[in-house]
Design a protein around this ligand. Structure first.
Ligand code: SAH
Ligand code: SF4
Ligand code: F3S
Length: 443
């Protein structure tokens, strides 16, 4: 049944860049079917929440959000759709617990959204409540043929592969996003050219395991070089790679192409070999350090960042000390540090015991954050007195009298706008006069 007036949709996105990119696909698919989008939740007939399941905190944040929506729905008709990893992970459990939810759609089911939402809106008009679920994972879905409806800004996300086959024992992603599949390189290059034509200066290639990209004779090194060759693109980034897929050809591609940013996010997770083995990460601490060294030798000045989990099952003080030692040895530029959060049905939840007390996890996180903060501040101070090239993004978050941009290595730089106006999307050179663990200050 057709809808009378085009329904207005408001979409809110939680989680990683892959979700940001998926929300752009969802917008494109729904617009094609005549839906319109609004930034204003108050005016929306439909609210979509694109969710994350990576840690319990992510779940909690979304539950708080859903209870806000429950209050809105008490006052007026509203269709609520929950998308993304949490929808996929909790399935009907989520829908039963939350009578508020009309539609649930997992990451591989977004093509069904226009019809699910139309059904829910029609039912609502007739005073009925009809729930619609689309939660099948697919081995093939890559949303080919749909050009994302991108957010404004300097950066365009391009998802190049979906899913993950690594099954790190702590991680829910292989269950929420299904099996790995890579997109046709020609379609990716077409998207890159389209993004350049629309004025995007930077492209970030996305995948949960981005460097395991493979399509016929194309691997990730060949793909990223080809994207960087597209005219009009100033910078190309990628996230997240896995340390297991770093052949010399990829390191050399990053080193040799001036448009591929000299930044690699290289998730470590732990510094103890025993824990790395339990996590099924497939490398040892020594392998990781050797890779860091190889990368630094081939790409001088490279910025390396990482992710670390504290308090994984059975992690002893000694194991934690091994992580501390590795962090001190590796001298990476920055790190995201998380408390281990058990996820239902993962290998760790089934095989191991989440036995590190929450307080100990917390103490380990704070200790590591403190150590890394000092290293980060130290590394950032090396830029003082140097000229660095920055891609201007806009105003600083803290003050509209300051401009903000990123270095090639993805470090944030701010400067007072009175020292020189710079248009978002332009490359400018700034002289760095000060540095903290979070920011470089340019003049
Ligand atoms: N695909 C990416 C990681 C995506 S999740 C990769 O392999 O690097 C981002 C980060 O969240 C992970 O690197 C890990 O440090 C953290 N993470 C994942 N599962 C977690 C869990 N159960 N508890 C705590 N942190 C977790
Ligand atoms: Fe999760 Fe490991 Fe896959 Fe990353 S590589 S998404 S941590 S299973
Ligand atoms: Fe979260 Fe799913 Fe991304 S669990 S981190 S939104 S892949």
């Amino acid at each position: 049944m057709m809808l009378k007036t085009p329904p207005q949709i408001h979409i809110e996105t939680f989680g990683c860049q892959m979700n940001e990119s998926d929300s752009e696909l969802v917008r494109a698919m729904l617009k094609q079917e005549g839906f319109v989008f609004t930034e204003d939740r108050e005016r929306a007939d439909v609210v979509l929440v694109n969710t994350c399941a990576i840690r319990e905190n992510a779940h909690k944040k979304i539950y708080v959000h859903l209870s806000e929506l429950r209050a809105v729905k008490k006052q007026r008709p509203l269709v609520v759709g929950v998308l993304g990893c949490m929808a996929q992970n909790l399935k009907s459990e989520l829908a039963q617990k939350e009578p508020l939810i009309d539609v649930l759609a997992g990451p591989d089911s977004y093509r069904q959204l226009p019809s699910l939402l139309t059904t829910a809106l029609n039912a609502q008009e007739q005073g009925l409540a009809q729930k619609g679920f689309a939660l099948d994972l697919s081995e093939y879905e890559t949303y080919e043929g749909i050009l994302p409806d991108r957010n404004d800004g300097v950066n365009a996300w391009i998802t190049v592969m979906r899913g993950c086959d690594n099954f790190c024992s702590f991680c829910v992603v292989p269950y929420t996003r299904g099996r790995e599949r890579s997109r046709d390189p020609e379609a990716i290059l077409l998207e890159a050219r389209d993004a350049a034509a629309r004025g995007f200066k930077q492209i970030t290639l996305l995948g949960q395991n981005v460097n395991s990209y493979r399509h016929e004779e194309w691997d990730f090194a060949k793909l990223i070089s080809a994207v960087a060759d597209q005219p009009g693109i100033e910078r190309v980034r990628f996230t997240s790679p896995h340390p297991k897929d770093f052949p010399p050809s990829l390191i050399e591609a990053i080193a040799s192409h001036p448009k591929i940013c000299k930044h690699i996010h290289l998730p470590l997770q732990a510094g103890s070999d025993r824990i790395l083995e339990l996590m099924a990460r497939t490398y040892t601490a020594a392998d990781y350090l050797a890779l860091v060294e190889r990368i630094r030798l081939t790409i001088p000045g490279i910025v390396l960042t990482t992710d670390i989990i504290c308090g994984f099952c059975s992690e002893s003080d000694e194991d934690f000390q091994a992580t501390v030692r590795l962090v001190e040895q590796a001298q990476l530029d920055s790190a995201y540090i998380f408390k281990y959060s058990e996820r239902k049905n993962t290998i760790a939840a089934r095989k191991y015991v989440d036995d590190v007390p929450d307080q100990v996890k917390g103490l380990r996180v704070s200790r590591l954050v403190e150590i890394q903060r000092a290293i980060t501040a130290d590394r950032n101070r090396r830029y003082i007195g140097k000229d660095v090239e920055i891609l201007v993004e806009g105003d600083a978050t803290r003050s509209s009298t300051q401009g903000m941009g990123k270095t090639d290595g993805n470090i944030t730089v701010v400067w007072d706008k009175i020292t020189g106006h710079a248009e978002p999307g332009t490359l400018v050179t700034k002289h760095i006069v000060d540095a903290s663990a979070a920011t470089l200050y340019g003049a």
